[in-house]
Design a protein around this ligand. Structure first.
Ligand code: PDD
Length: 283
């Protein structure tokens, strides 16, 4: 079976999936994206993801031309065409193809939409055992709330993690912990979850929102406050979250054991809540 890709409104074979050489996504990273999970044939939290895409588009002055409903339908067709029951969908929209000039094309050109999907299971082993992370300076721009295609800072951070055999690089601006290269970060101390507040320094993660809801439902204090690298290093538990890693415990940071080195009770409660949340959404 050949892989099918969505190019604008057409589902085409992978070999026919082409984007013009002068698309602004290539030349300037001038576009936005989302990554949405599929669990048991259901798109997971598609609405907030696509609403975030609309917000990202607004923030960069890109006229999307698609509503949340249009995009949901197109994505559903794509996952059906690829027979994905468990996996994820990547979707990006660029400002379109135009002669290279930093300023927006005038008149505006049609945006280019591209989406593909991939089949895979939940990361069971890592969820049970936890992963390693390293800390690194956050060198990204000051609008990390926009899910933009410009990911060089994130790419370099992730590559730094890979170099040290870690699953994630936890970034900090000066002493303040912001987020992972592709995840949000939480420190647990004395039963309280701390995470960076929503502002321009982090992405407003959809998984973060689910975690907040689970924590509130289970009476686990959830504080949206900044904290330092030292505080993170003294934490009882560290967790990272994203659409792909869900609620992922970090058991080693910069080579040092976190807490007692095992997956902690708060991580376990949030993981249980997350599974229940998926089941409720799919019911
Ligand atoms: N990334 N912060 C950053 C910088 C991210 O790239 C991501 C997700 C998150 C978590 O957001 P969410 O819970 O909505 O997935 C936070 C996705 C998975 C990616 O780039 O593929």
């Amino acid at each position: 079976m050949t892989t099918k890709v969505l190019i604008n409104e057409q589902i085409v074979d992978e070999k026919d999936a082409t984007i013009p050489y002068n698309d602004r996504g290539f030349t300037f990273g001038d576009g936005i994206y989302e990554y949405i999970r599929v669990y048991d044939n259901h798109l997971f939290t598609a609405k907030p993801h696509l609403e975030r895409l609309v917000r990202s588009a607004d923030e960069i002055g890109l006229d999307l031309k698609y509503s949340v409903e249009d995009l949901t339908e197109l994505i559903k067709e794509l996952i059906a065409a690829n027979h994905i029951s468990n996996g994820g969908v990547y979707l990006q929209i660029t400002r379109g193809a135009a002669p290279r000039d930093h300023a927006f094309p005038t008149p505006a050109v049609e945006p280019n939409l591209m989406a593909f999907c991939k089949s895979y299971d939940r990361p069971f082993k890592d969820l049970e055992n936890g992963v390693q992370a390293v800390t690194t300076e956050d060198i990204r721009w000051l609008r990390c709330d926009i899910k933009s295609l410009n990911l060089l800072g994130n790419v370099l951070a992730k590559e730094y993690a890979v170099k040290y055999n870690a699953a994630e690089a936890i970034q900090h601006r000066g002493e303040t912990v912001t987020e992972g290269s592709s995840s949000n970060v939480y420190a647990v101390k004395d039963g309280v979850i701390y995470t960076h507040p929503i502002n321009q320094f982090i992405l407003n993660g959809i998984t973060r929102r689910v975690i907040k809801e689970i924590a509130e439902a289970r009476d686990i204090p959830f504080k949206e406050e900044t904290f330092t690298v030292d505080f993170l290093k003294q934490a009882d538990e560290i967790i990272i979250s994203s659409t792909s890693v869900e609620v992922m415990p970090v058991v080693k940071l910069d080579g040092e054991v976190v807490g007692d080195g095992s997956v902690g009770p708060i991580a376990k409660q949030l993981q249980a809540g997350f599974v229940e949340y998926i089941e409720q959404q799919n019911a």
